[in-house]
Design a protein around this ligand. Structure first.
Ligand code: NCD
Ligand code: ZN
Length: 422
């Protein structure tokens, strides 16, 4: 691996200097030998981004994404680590499945793959998975989630939180009460859903599960993470729980910061996602919560799907949209360029906080001598029109296609290796 010399970049706090990389760690600029040079005049150098919520479709649906293509998309988006959700085929619910994914990543990934185990066997919602064995395995699993499905049974959720606590793992919940929505619910319950004739999810399908789960986290003394918070009510419950000292963290997706219910008016199933895109008052609430820290981090919920799974009536198409490559641009557009987030806080929300979720020793670290060389070079003023066909992902369900957005990622370095360079 060749040494690197990055010249002229500014850190998030505004200080400027040259950055050397040798054997995967940051060294003084004078200590590199025959380096690959990157002229970063006018650019920012930030710690590599960490995604707490990524769907790589390998094993199971390799025609829509693989570990190689998903992490290539991550590298293009400035990410040096992704948490790989367990809703694979087979589900990541055993030590063998977790180790298989970790070994696959070691061979093919362009970013660190943090393996997430499922909470219940086969995502069935009933019997706990082999959580302890997954944790003790070579994959060292520290996060468990049935994401894609909500853990509905409160006793199962309580037991998962209690068990996970014994090895300091976190339970990540997809908070969406299926019993509060009619069959075929596929968009936010609102005036728009009524007009379009689409069965809706009320905001309370999310917030009532979050309310139950923060209470269970307090009872069990375990760590709860709330995936993709999308409602003002959900934010209020989390705010209350944090005031009370409950160990809860939360994420918001780029698409819930930027896109709204009105996108579904054309019945374009690209915009079908769980939880659904919400109305302006909710968008305002999640933006405010990400700014004030009630929502700790951004999670992409990058969810690749094949065209044949999206080419259906809206209520039947599979939910989910991709987002790794545009995540930083959308956060810059909605949070930085609007004055709601400064760069040091963005680093906290997109790198440090998600790295702490699974107690990473190598990710979310500062750009400093001796630290692992994970970084993203950012041009804060670059913009471009998104082209879904210019993606490293295998899937094309990109909700930003055709939009003019910040295009900040110039280069990504993971463990000293250049994984993306524009
Ligand atoms: C995700 C998927 O496709 O795996 N879909 C989605 O709508 N977000 C699952 C999930 O994150 O719930
Ligand atoms: Zn989910």
């Amino acid at each position: 691996m060749r040494d690197l010399l990055i010249t002229g970049a500014a850190l998030a706090d505004g200080t400027t200097g040259d950055v050397g990389v040798r054997d995967g760690v940051f060294v003084a600029a004078g200590d590199v030998r025959d380096p690959e040079r990157i002229d970063a005049d006018g650019l920012l150098v930030l710690p590599g981004l960490v995604d707490p919520h990524t769907h790589l479709r390998e094993p199971g649906r390799e025609e829509t994404e693989t570990v190689a293509t998903g992490t290539a998309a991550a590298a293009r988006g400035g990410f040096t680590a992704v948490h790989a959700m367990a809703n694979l085929d087979p589900v990541t619910d055993t030590a063998e499945a977790a180790e298989y994914l970790a070994a696959l990543a070691a061979r093919t990934a362009s970013a660190e793959v943090v393996v997430v185990g499922s909470v219940t066997k086969g995502l069935g919602g009933e019997q706990l998975s082999e959580m302890g064995l997954m944790h003790a395995s070579a994959a060292g699993v520290r996060m468990f989630s049935d994401d894609g499905r909500c853990v509905m049974d409160p006793l199962v959720m309580r037991r998962a939180l209690t068990y996970a606590k014994t090895f300091d793992a976190v339970i990540a919940q997809h908070a969406q009460d299926t019993r509060l929505a009619g069959t075929g619910a596929c968009c936010h319950e609102s005036e728009i859903s009524g007009r379009l004739g689409l069965p809706g999810w009320p905001a309370q399908a999310e917030s009532t599960i979050i309310a139950r789960d923060v209470e269970l986290a307090e009872l069990a003394g375990g760590r709860l993470h709330v995936c993709h918070v999308s409602t003002a009510e959900g934010v209020e419950v989390i705010r209350w729980a944090k005031r009370r000292g409950i160990a809860v963290t939360a994420e918001v997706t780029p698409h819930h910061l930027y896109l709204g219910t009105r996108e579904v008016e054309g019945y374009d199933t690209t915009f079908k996602v769980n939880p659904p895109l919400r109305t302006d008052e909710h968008i305002e609430a999640v933006r405010g919560a990400l700014a004030d820290g009630t929502i700790d981090m951004v999670g992409t919920d990058h969810a690749p799907h094949a065209r044949e799974d999206k080419d259906h009536p809206f209520d039947i198409a599979l939910p989910g949209m991709i987002g790794l490559e545009q995540a930083l641009g959308v956060v810059v557009e909605t949070m930085v360029d609007t004055g709601r987030l400064d760069w040091p806080t963005l680093v906290e929300r997109m790198s440090s906080a998600p790295a702490r979720l699974t107690r990473s020793a190598t990710q979310g670290r500062p750009i400093a001598l001796g630290e692992p060389a994970n970084l993203v070079l950012v041009d804060a003023s670059a913009r471009s029109v998104v082209d879904r066909d210019a993606s490293a992902s295998k899937s094309r369900n990109n909700p930003y296609h055709g939009r003019d957005l910040p295009d900040p990622v110039v280069a990504t370095v993971w463990a000293g290796r250049v994984t993306h360079r524009r």
